[in-house]
Design a protein around this ligand. Sequence first.
Ligand SMILES: CCCCCCCC/C=C\C=C\CC(=O)SCCNC(=O)CCNC(=O)[C@H](O)C(C)(C)COP(=O)(O)OP(=O)(O)OC[C@H]1O[C@@H](n2cnc3c(N)ncnc32)[C@H](O)[C@@H]1OP(=O)(O)O
Length: 725
Amino acid sequence: MAQYARGSAVAVIRLRNPPVNALSLAVLQTLEDGLKKADADPSVKAVMICGENGKFSAGADIRGFSSPKRLGGALGPIVSLIESSEKPVVAAIEGVALGGGLEVALGCHYRIAHVKARMGLPEVTIGLLPGAEGTQRLPRLIGVPAALDMITTGKHIPATEALKLGLVDEIVEENTIEAAIRLANKVIGQPLGPRRLSLKPVPKVPNMEAFLDEALVKVKRQARGCLAPELCFQAVRAATQSPFAEGVRRERELFQVLLSSGQAQALQYAFFAERAVRRWATPSGASWSSAAPQPVRRAAVIGLGTMGQGIVTSLVKANIPLVALEQDLENLNKGRKAVMLLLQREAMKMEGGAQILDFHNPAHLQFTVDFDLLRDVDLVIEAVFENMALKKEIFHKLSKICKPGALLCTNTSALNIDEIASATNRPQQVIGTHFFSPAHVMRLLEIIYGRHTSPTAIATAMQLAKALKKVGVVVGNCFGFVGNRMMFPYVQQAVFLLEEGSRPEAVDQVLEDFGFKIGPFRMSDLAGLDVGWRSRKDQGLTGPSLPAGTPARQRHGQRYSPLPDLLCEQGRFGQKTARGWYLYEKAGGRTATPDPWLHNFLSQYRDTHGIQTRFIDQEEILERCLFSLINEGFAILAEGIASGPEHLDVIYINGYGWPEHRGGPMFYASTVGLPRVLAKLQKYSEAHPDVPGLRPSAFLKKLVAVGNPPLKEWMSYLSQQSSKL
Ligand SMILES: CCCCCCCC/C=C\C=C\CC(=O)SCCNC(=O)CCNC(=O)[C@H](O)C(C)(C)COP(=O)(O)OP(=O)(O)OC[C@H]1O[C@@H](n2cnc3c(N)ncnc32)[C@H](O)[C@@H]1OP(=O)(O)O
């Protein structure tokens, strides 16, 4: 609701819809009623609009987009109603003014903001554009370049920047509401024409068309298949080409296109999925609602390789004092140098920079080779390389040295948490924290509980994720956990496709056209082929421990491709050695070029193994890679490793470059239709009976059998029927 109150000559309309004062139909109705009441009351000389509880408004109620006509019908006209008021209207912006919230403020004649407020038009991030005339008013107020930047990226800007851009008239450090009322009283009787943005011309930019053409190229490049940024651009371009009313008509048309594109639905699903995974639960009944986190006042990171460096950087950025430990002085100095470089770069990106990070102060960041300094820390993150024996040795030592309540985290991408915990005297405090590289950039933190991990430990790890500004997703313990376990069949299919006749660049292209930031072969070259090779050697799949006489393309009765092993045997580890699945300009180079040597090598390989080369079309590439990944997702859900499809989707969007506008793999499967996914898996499985990853999961079959229910109902079928799976 909104609340209308009148004390002096200034009527106050307060937007009220906790927790973020989202603009529901009810809120809009009271806003409209309040405006009309103020208009009709001769003793009211001005109006002030603010939000309840220190937040202006986070914009339209996103859940209301399922009835867009009613919402759309309401907001634009109300913004016009505000602007056309004959009494001055002042917006008092505290907390956030986002989306429709900022559009309401743009309809006001004056805007005053608290210094800590943030503003933005983030509609693009949920697949829409500002549909309440914001694409027409904002360029008139702050100019086309700044408006285009805000509208096509959706970024939130701080009040200080808003003031510089002219988006607000004033910022205050004290009581925004009182300041807004003072301003409202001051401007009573002043002409309102110059304050009505719809009447202002769009400020000219020298060579506007050339500027816009260049901007469009940039927008398209960054959008990678997502429609909203380009349509946001078109709406702003309309503001530069047409009068206000025509621009508004164009904005509405484009809004409708986005609303019916399917991408908006996917992005809005992703928005709520990210919030839903905070409400974690485990099959044993532990949950976010009953578990309380322990405070983390001081932490430690063990191992200053690439992962450790990123984790240290993340902790420093979150202002968590820490000890960084290496095994010897040589590695410590190397690690320290790399961390300092990362921190300097991060400080340069931040407002306030080095003063805020304060990483030169040993009370905040201490480098050591002395394990004893870990005695007092509340939490340790071990980030040494993936070797079970080494990790167990470290955890044994930690359980002797660390204080009784300390949480012991292992950064691993696949290893068994229970086995690591078994090396300690406190398995309830051992938990997996799988960071993604680069750890100070990637948002995902997979949090893996073991058989004995306590609810407090899970809650503390989730709290840590929040402090690090990461998305924590709680999952169960199995090889590869959720993300990598789903990735294995995807990468396996990609390699099998090469055996059968495809090329790395063809497979990568299909998946990049789908929207992945990077295809599987480019990804493998970036991560280093030696990482997987080491793991396969440890598993006895290749290398000296492979029993003599093992067929080259079979392991444990299943199809196996030795191609990645053969590349590694040639010293082709990817970017770091200037060759892998592609050729690079130099060791560490980033520009992948298709490699004739590799094409020739693949032909010889097929000849050696009597494989008939065939043309593989884009559809088959896409389906075999994606459906095998999705199939594994269904198996994970059936095993209770993750508590819902949203968890898998959040993991894929935030850790694996899955295109957000496709909502994550499980959401994507729901849009393709589970019967189609199943039918295709059945077809490919028949053609490749020795590939378990293509064999449809029992849970997928069950969901198809019960009539392809909507995603939000999937888990209910599992709990009722799991015994029959
Ligand atoms: C005939 C047709 C013509 C066509 C014309 C159509 C015209 C349409 C008119 C207007 C269109 C307007 C578009 C919009 O305004 S879209 C909304 C834009 N706003 C956003 O995208 C903001 C989204 N929210 C956030 O970024 C954050 O939530 C933030 C506000 C920054 C707060 O962050 P934080 O403090 O971290 O808190 P949470 O994110 O956990 O949020 C708390 C709970 O609030 C829920 N929430 C937040 N925003 C909204 C929203 N806009 N609508 C509904 N619900 C929202 C959020 O889900 C959390 O709840 P829960 O944990 O239960 O999920």
